[in-house]
Structure formats: structure tokens, C-alpha cells
Design a protein around this ligand. Structure first.
Ligand code: IPE
Ligand code: IPE
Ligand code: MG
Length: 244
């Protein structure tokens, strides 16, 4: 089924979940699941390019994930570093802009540097890959609130001027449109502190497939589900309005 451009999401956000269960099912260490999951990332980038999706945001590591066993956390950080190094040239070639959202200062310094290098090398491109690292929606909003308080104290922002736009302007990526479609894999039906502000009206799609197994047909299924949704934003459909 060909999906019309006006029924294609501009921005897809993904909670990549199920790596641990994928590994456990195979009697492998959890890290093997994360490794397998990094292949799906590449596949998703192809899918988004082919479908004409301009923004892709991937939830790769939450602020809560730091409590996992040290070996898993260290392994994940190493995997992220290897992924970035491996894909640097490819991102440039594909003309994709890498952007990190989250508490990047929490990450190992070498990883911070690698990320900053790739962000700089891809800064001019206008297809976007956002990676949420040490990310928490509540922390993002608390940070925005702190910046607002500082601006009010400095006299550059009046308390009466604090509105939704003032908050949005202080998010990690204020210029990025809100996700139209939020996909979570592995069947879990919760938001886990992801993009709390931005997902106010995102369409939610849960796939039972574990992230390392998620492939193009699963992506197509999500796009088709999205194409069939009616987004109302609190209003009523035209047809219903006429019947009042
Ligand atoms: C998602 O997979 C990846 C990260 C959170 C880093 P999980 O590691 O959460 O996999 P499950 O939920 O244990 O299967
Ligand atoms: C959410 O998955 C975070 C990422 C996918 C990076 P988790 O596996 O950490 O979420 P919970 O703990 O099941 O809610
Ligand atoms: Mg999980």
C-alpha cells in the first residue's frame, strides 16, 4: 500500500525496547541484545529515508537506565561510541544531521567528544536523527523551568511572558516539530519518561515485536496504522460537527 505524503508522519519517535528479552530468549547476555538492536537503528534510518520521514528520534538511554548493572551500562556506552564512529561517514553521505538530546554531560567524555564531532560535521543537513541519551522528559522540563527562572531573575523575561512558547524555546531541540507518531516496541504500553511535553498529541503505536527483530514490514505496519488515524486535537471531526 502506497501511503500518501500528507498521511506520512513528519516526525517519528521510537522507544526502542526489548533488547534484553531478545537476548534472554536466546540464552545470550543482555549486551548481545543491544548489539543486535543497533542493526535495527540502521534499518530504521533507511525506512525513514524511503518513506520521506524527516525527523527520527530514538530513545537510546534514559536517566533511569544508569541504575542498571555497571557492566551493561559500560557496554552500552562502548556500543554507542562504536556506533557513532562507524556511522559518522555514512551520516555525512546520507546528509543526515545528528542531534543529541538529554543530559549529555553525564556521558563518558570520549563519547561526548565523538558526538559533538559528528554533530558539527552534520550540522548543515536538514534530515534529522535525534538520539535521546541520558534523557528524561521531567529533567528536560525542570531544566526549562530553571532557565526561565534565571531569565526572570536577570530581568530579560517578564513573569507574564512565561507561556507555552517560552517553555518550548528552552527544550533541547526547540525547532523540531512534535512527534506525529510515537512507536514503542516489545509490547510495553507506557511512556517511560520520554518526550513528555512533545508527545502531548502524538499518535501512539505499540508493536509486540522486540526491537532487534523490528524490520521494514513492522515499520510499514506502524505507518499504515498512523495513516488510518484521525487526529482531533480536542476538536470534533467535520462530519460530526455538522450533525450537532
Ligand atoms: C531497550 O531494551 C534498550 C535500553 C533501555 C537501553 P531493554 O534493555 O530495556 O530490554 P528489555 O526491556 O529488558 O527487554
Ligand atoms: C525505556 O525503556 C528507555 C529506553 C528505551 C532507552 P526501559 O526498558 O528503560 O523502560 P521501563 O523501565 O521498562 O519503563
Ligand atoms: Mg526495557
Amino acid at each position: 500500500m502506497q501511503i500518501a505524503a500528507d498521511r506520512t508522519p513528519r516526525h517519528i519517535a521510537v522507544i526502542m525496547d526489548g533488547n534484553g528479552r531478545w537476548a534472554r530468549q536466546r540464552g545470550l547476555p543482555r549486551l548481545a541484545g543491544h548489539e543486535a538492536g543497533s542493526e535495527t537503528v540502521r534499518c530504521m534510518m533507511d525506512c525513514c529515508r524511503d518513506a520521506g520521514v524527516r525527523y527520527l528520534t530514538l530513545y537510546a538511554f534514559s536517566t533511569e537506565n544508569w541504575v542498571r548493572p555497571q557492566a551493561e551500562v559500560e557496554g552500552l556506552m562502548a556500543l554507542l561510541g562504536a556506533f557513532i564512529t562507524r556511522y559518522e561517514a555514512e551520516l555525512v553521505e546520507r546528509r543526515v544531521r545528528l542531534r543529541v538530546i538529554g543530559r549529555r554531560e553525564d556521558l563518558p567524555v570520549a563519547l561526548q567528544e565523538a558526538l559533538a564531532r559528528v554533530e558539527a560535521a552534520t550540522a548543515a543537513f536538514d534530515r534529522h536523527l535525534l538520539v535521546a541519551l541520558s534523557y528524561s522528559g521531567r529533567a528536560e522540563l525542570a531544566r526549562a523551568a530553571r532557565q526561565i527562572a534565571e531569565d526572570v531573575r536577570a530581568g530579560v523575561l517578564a513573569p507574564e511572558a512565561v507561556d507555552e512558547e517560552a517553555v518550548r524555546a528552552r527544550l533541547y531541540a526547540p525547532d523540531v516539530p512534535d512527534p506525529d507518531l510515537l512507536i514503542r516496541t516489545s509490547g510495553e504500553m507506557r511512556i517511560s519518561n520520554f518526550l513528555l511535553w512533545q508527545c502531548a498529541y502524538s499518535e501512539f503505536y505499540v508493536s509486540p515485536v522486540l526491537w532487534p527483530d523490528f524490520r521494514e514490514p513492522d515499520f510499514r505496519a506502524a505507518l499504515e496504522a498512523y495513516a488510518g488515524r484521525e487526529r482531533r486535537y480536542g476538536g470534533v471531526l467535520d462530519a460530526c460537527a455538522r450533525r450537532v
